[in-house]
Design a protein around this ligand. Structure first.
Ligand code: PHE
Length: 341
């Protein structure tokens, strides 16, 4: 029996020395000290011993139990320390490793151009108006002197919401002129950029959705000279000093007189080249003096007040600005393309 006890002690010491996890530790406690454990099994045989031997063996068994318990405690503490060390090692941060770089996006090139234009107009005292894209036909057409039956109102050109053609996706930013006249105090100076929609097939120069920038100024004694002066100033700031412009007569229902403004091709300076398709000039915008009918329709006395308005296509401007040849690149949002600007 003495040998048995000694063997249990030695086995326990050896096994505990090899323990790696707390689960293993618990398994060993059960194996040696548990109710069905090896030590208990030996103690159960105590009854067979003589009265003299019993206390001696009892003492020896207690010693073995105490030794195993002590070793269990030590192992437990050692394990805890090891686990803590491992945890600290695995969670340590090497502050000298370079961080993962965050990719910061930037504004779409077209909106960069828009920001530039907004800044120029804000500098001249204009107010930026951004508003609805779903519009009443009354504002998109009628109040702009585009009467029923005008080709621009065709179902084939316009996205209507209702059978009676009364609500639509605006085809131009010009209805912003009406909203401004109806809600603002005179004098008025606004710049209204935004999306417009027309039933156009997508190609290198067309898209069913594109952007326009509307500009308008109304005051006493406003003339065509103010329009030309303002636009010339904008062009100098946008394209550089010395940029040459030209104003051609044109027709719009809501301006009289009306014109279109071209800028001289920055590549060939008017000689004609592929950039300007041999024209020497690039068309930039439509403009004119606001039609008295439009002013009166908004309750503005056209004998006292006058004003000019213009509308330009933002995509076309951005294409020219960045020397891009295909409109679709502007909308595809391919990062490889956008990153270049
Ligand atoms: N709205 C016109 C267009 O889409 C442009 C324009 C605006 C013309 C303002 C004159 C005055 O073609």
């Amino acid at each position: 029996m003495k040998e048995q006890l000694e063997k249990i002690r030695l086995d326990a010491m050896e096994a505990l020395d090899a323990v790696k996890t707390s689960d293993e530790l618990e398994a060993l406690r059960v194996r040696f000290l548990g109710k069905k454990g090896e030590l208990t099994a030996v103690l159960k045989m105590m009854g067979k011993l003589s009265a003299e031997e019993r206390p001696i063996m009892g003492q020896a068994a207690n010693n073995v139990r105490a030794a195993i318990e002590e070793k269990l405690e030590q192992t437990k503490t050692a394990l805890k320390e090891k686990m803590l060390e491992a945890k600290l090692a695995s969670e340590s941060v090497d502050v000298t490793i370079p961080g993962t770089q965050l990719k910061i996006g930037k504004k779409h090139p077209m909106y960069q151009v828009l920001d530039q234009i907004k800044d120029i107009f804000i500098g001249m005292g204009f107010e930026i108006l951004e508003d609805r894209e779903v519009e009443l036909a009354e504002y998109n057409f009628t109040k702009l002197n585009v009467e029923e039956g005008h080709p621009a109102r065709e179902w084939s050109d316009t996205f209507y919401f209702t059978e009676d053609s009364s609500i639509l996706l605006r085809t131009q930013t010009s209805p912003m002129q009406i909203h401004a006249m109806e809600t603002k105090q005179l004098p008025i100076r606004i710049l209204a950029p935004g999306r417009v929609y027309r039933k156009d097939e997508v190609d290198a120069t067309h898209s069913p959705m594109f952007h326009q920038i509307e500009g308008m100024a109304i005051d006493k004694n406003i003339t065509m000279a103010d329009l030309k002066g303002t636009l010339n100033e904008v062009v100098q700031q946008l394209y550089g000093e010395g940029t040459v412009t030209r104003f051609r007569p044109h027709h719009f229902p809501f301006t009289e007189p009306s014109c279109e403004m071209d800028i001289q091709c920055h590549k060939c300076h008017g000689k004609g080249c592929p950039t300007c398709k041999g024209e020497g000039w690039i068309e930039v915008l439509g403009a004119g003096m606001i039609h008295p009918k439009v002013l009166e329709g908004c309750g503005i006395d056209s004998t006292v007040y006058s004003g000019w308005a213009f509308g330009m296509g933002l995509e076309r401007l951005a294409l020219g600005h960045f020397k891009i040849s295909d409109l679709r690149l502007i909308f595809e949002n391919d990062v490889r393309f956008l990153e270049q600007f």
